[in-house]
Design a protein around this ligand. Structure first.
Ligand SMILES: [Zn+2]
Length: 512
């Protein structure tokens, strides 16, 4: 009996704890969303999406209903597709109107009872706005700390430029980004901007030659007085306005080396690494390069999606190799599940990544629509991460990719599959997928008119069992007349790989 009581107690405690888990997020959303700027709305939408992923894994129906209502709300406001969420909510026996009723009642109550909340709303709208007096205090405080650290002030070339005042809308991507200052740090430089920098405003690439150049292009105006630093980290670092919208930072020296950068609000730190020449380099110690396993889809007897002579396995291999080359240039360690045209069972692919203890698993594919009129209109690039399927489109892609090897189907019984669903891994995979999709589009959406198929969740067998974050990238539809002409171009195969590499790079710079 005592045992029973104890069991019940544990049971209730567990229920009680879970029930409140997302209340904070929901409350914050309810209080701030409607009064927020677009960029904050997007952030709130993302927070809610994270909760959605969690509730999907936990199978918590009540939280799921609540999160779906808010997802519909934010999607509608931001012009995103919400039909899938609406259908899912209906299938759980609830509807969006109940949320509208709830929120309007809540607002009336809040207005009457808690005028303080209004201030909270305003504050959260402009999170970084501080009274001027406070700002001054902080800048005064910072001075002695900087000198203590012996951060050598950099020589300036005395260009006379009006320094713009600090932009108050720091997180607003629409306000012009300005480079205000450059400071030497160990192994590289720190760039200071007028507002928070978004990773989509940065592009990184390298130019090989007698002199090796690693370059960071930032969509910003250059108001820094520093234009050149010599013999610090590398032979030369140059900072200049490259064109109207771009500030270019170039690290150069003889011999191959890499740079890596990290973003923290309005600061970008750029540090040289790799085989820089011994004289000038300050090599970073104890930083193991990330290992990425690249998995070109299909191969050998399994051609993947096929239209005429066009075979998914061939294009996937080319893009995968471009991706591997680019990532190793950027200092990553790369392994392939295949680098020739050979058949590999799905389960061996992640097993390989697990055995090698990889930090990321990236599977490269081309998609195909169902053989109908509507199927032929499907087009664009998509990034998937493993999760129970949501939409028709996800199910279609998953069914297609899962066809590869029938023997895998039995191996991945439903139970095994569920065992592998690990919450942290799914959230990490979701994050990689978001970065990859965003940066892939940066490179190909305008240049090749490739559509944004979005970040999607689907049950791909090839991702099941990976013990590290894992994504599957569909780089275009072989069945679509526009896409099929694009994906065969070697230029596209390079650019799309560059975009995927950008996304991976950004992900790791944020999640070390
Ligand atoms: Zn495929």
């Amino acid at each position: 009996m005592v045992k029973m009581v104890r069991l019940f107690l544990v049971f209730f405690i567990v229920i009680f704890m879970n029930a409140g888990e997302f209340d904070k997020v929901f409350n914050n959303f309810d209080n701030t969303f409607s009064n927020s700027s677009t960029s904050i709305k997007k952030k709130l939408h993302k927070d809610i999406r994270d909760v959605y992923v969690k509730t999907s894994i936990d199978k918590n129906i009540q939280d799921k209903k609540e999160v779906l209502k808010r997802l519909i709300h934010s999607s509608k406001s931001l012009g995103y597709n919400y039909i899938g969420y609406e259908n899912e909510l209906k299938s759980l026996g609830d509807n969006y109107n109940s949320y509208l009723n709830y929120i309007s009642k809540k607002n009336i109550l809040d207005d009457v009872k808690k005028p303080v909340d209004k201030e909270k709303i305003l504050l959260s709208q402009k999170p970084t706005k501080k009274p001027d007096s406070l700002k001054k205090q902080q800048s005064v405080k910072k001075e002695p700390i900087a000198t203590k650290k012996k951060e050598t002030p950099v020589k300036n070339n005395n260009t006379k430029k009006e320094l713009p005042s600090l932009d108050k809308k720091r997180s607003d991507k629409n306000s012009k980004l300005m480079l205000l200052g450059v400071k030497k740090i160990s192994g590289g430089v720190e760039l200071k901007f007028n507002r928070t920098v978004d990773d989509s405003e940065i592009k990184k690439f390298a130019l090989k030659g007698n002199i090796y150049r690693n370059i960071l292009d930032i969509k910003a105006g250059n108001y820094s007085k520093v234009s050149k630093i010599e013999n610090h980290a590398v032979e030369e670092i140059r900072i200049a306005q490259f064109d109207k919208d771009t500030t270019r930072v170039v690290f150069s020296q003889k011999g191959k080396f890499n740079i890596s950068f990290s973003l923290k609000e309005n600061l970008i730190n750029i540090v040289a690494s790799g085989k820089a020449s011994a004289k000038t380099a300050t090599p970073k110690k104890n930083i193991k390069p990330k290992l990425i396993v690249i998995d070109p889809g299909h191969g050998g007897k399994d051609p993947g999606a096929t239209v005429g002579k066009l075979k998914e396995k061939d294009i996937a291999l080319k893009i995968a190799k471009n991706l591997g080359n680019e990532l190793s240039l950027r200092g990553y360690k790369i392994l392939y599940t295949r680098n020739t045209d050979k058949f590999i069972p799905l389960r061996s692919r992640t097993a390989f990544a697990n055995k090698k203890n990889a930090d990321l698993f990236v599977s490269i594919h081309m998609n195909a629509g169902p053989n109908t009129k509507k199927g032929k209109t499907l087009s664009g690039v998509e990034t998937f991460f493993l999760s129970p399927a949501r939409s028709e489109r996800s199910k279609n892609a998953a069914a297609l990719e899962n066809k590869g090897d029938i023997s895998d189907m039995n191996f991945f019984s439903k139970q095994t599959y569920l065992n592998f669903l690990n919450r942290e891994k799914i959230i990490a995979s979701n994050k990689v997928a978001i970065d990859v999709q965003k940066h892939m589009l940066n490179r190909v959406s305008k240049k090749y008119s490739m559509k944004d198929g979005g970040v999607r969740e689907a049950p791909f067998w090839v991702l099941v069992g990976a013990t590290m974050p894992a994504i599957l990238v569909e780089c275009g539809y072989v069945t679509n007349s526009h896409d099929s002409k694009v994906i065969v171009q070697s230029k596209y195969q390079k650019d799309v790989a560059l975009g995927i590499a950008d996304g991976i790079d950004i992900y790791f710079s944020k999640n070390r």
